[in-house]
Write a protein that binds this ligand. Structure first.
Ligand code: BDR
Ligand code: CA
Length: 311
């Protein structure tokens, strides 16, 4: 069976960490690189965390590139209250054995995608879209060359998680999100409408813990931390596990129901910064519905994939 060549752009981040464990342990993926962006914590920490996680998974064959340390035209925000000051929840960070690969994440994305056939390499974006926007500015042909771009970001019926209407990744760098969506990239968006269906219940976390491998323990520790902080901050007993969704879709598309749409992002208003306007009506959209929006999710199916990967 041919494996899906994949680059993961992320800001670990406790749920990014679970997504990375899912990818590291999935033999159906050919993981070409991890590119780190500043988001939940600054980029020096997200790049270090990606290297810590690959070391735990024994996947030092996957290069980690450091990328943007700030959004295109905003101050860096951060979401340390949901991820811990170091980004990995209760896990104590350490200096990983292997360094970052040379070069900027945006250049790495360009080189890895442009050096392969069209539509060959998939990209999962699990943080603010700054690295991809920078890559597209530098190499506009990237948009048509990329395979599916599976993005965790945006919100519609669920409302936001950072403001009333905006999801964190789109709020943190709305300009990058707007730029990416305006290109010809084949964007599939896994927003809060989908990811809020994927909850780390106590039973699911315990089942992961029972697997007992270092990867399983790491994934379960991220979820336990999320459970604690989401209880404190939002009052939820079972926290949403956002970032594994795009990776799970690349592995098993039938876990999700998608709907064609055209998405625009608010970049000007302070009140609704990062809001995703999702238009499903082709007749009034004024252009073809070339984005896709994830709606229904098989959450048990996603946890089965995670459990298998960390086993
Ligand atoms: C997204 O924001 C980040 O805090 C998470 O890692 C996830 O990518 C959820 O809104
Ligand atoms: Ca993330």
């Amino acid at each position: 069976m041919t494996r899906t060549p994949l680059i993961i752009d992320c800001d670990p981040g406790v749920d990014d960490a679970v997504a990375l464990m899912l990818a590291f342990g999935s033999s159906d993926l050919e993981l070409l690189a991890i590119t780190a962006v500043g988001g939940n914590v600054p980029v020096v920490k997200t790049a270090r965390n990606a290297r810590i996680l690959r070391q735990i998974a024994g996947r030092e064959d996957v290069p980690v590139f450091m990328g943007a340390d700030r959004p295109l035209r905003r101050e860096p925000a951060g979401a340390g209250e949901f991820h811990g000051a170091e980004g990995l929840g209760d896990m104590a960070p350490f200096e990983p054995a292997a360094p970052c690969a040379d070069g900027h994440a945006a250049d790495a994305i360009i080189a890895l995608v442009m050096g392969r056939p069209a539509k060959f390499v998939a990209l999962a974006v699990l943080g603010p879209l700054t690295n991809l926007a920078l890559a597209l500015r530098k190499e506009p042909a990237l948009a048509e060359r990329l395979g599916p771009v599976a993005v965790m970001g945006g919100a519609r019926s669920e409302g936001g998680n950072i403001t009333a209407s905006a999801e964190f990744n789109f709020w943190a760098d709305p300009d990058a999100a707007a730029e990416v969506l305006a290109t010809g990239c084949d964007v599939v968006l896994f927003g809060l409408d989908a990811t809020h269906q994927v909850r780390a219940t106590t039973a699911r976390i315990s089942a992961l813990e029972a697997v007992g491998t270092p990867m399983a323990e790491a994934a379960a520790s991220m979820m336990r931390f999320s459970q604690r902080v989401e209880r404190e901050i939002v009052g939820w007993d079972a926290p949403p596990v956002h970032d594994p969704c795009p990776v799970a879709w690349l592995l098993k598309p039938d876990l999700f129901k998608l709907k064609a749409c055209r998405i625009a992002v608010e970049t000007e208003s302070d009140l609704t910064r990062g809001h995703t306007a999702v238009e499903f009506r082709e007749a009034v959209a004024g252009e073809p519905l070339r984005h896709r929006w994830a709606r229904d999710v098989d959450a048990d199916g996603i946890f089965d994939l995670i459990t298998k990967a960390v086993s």
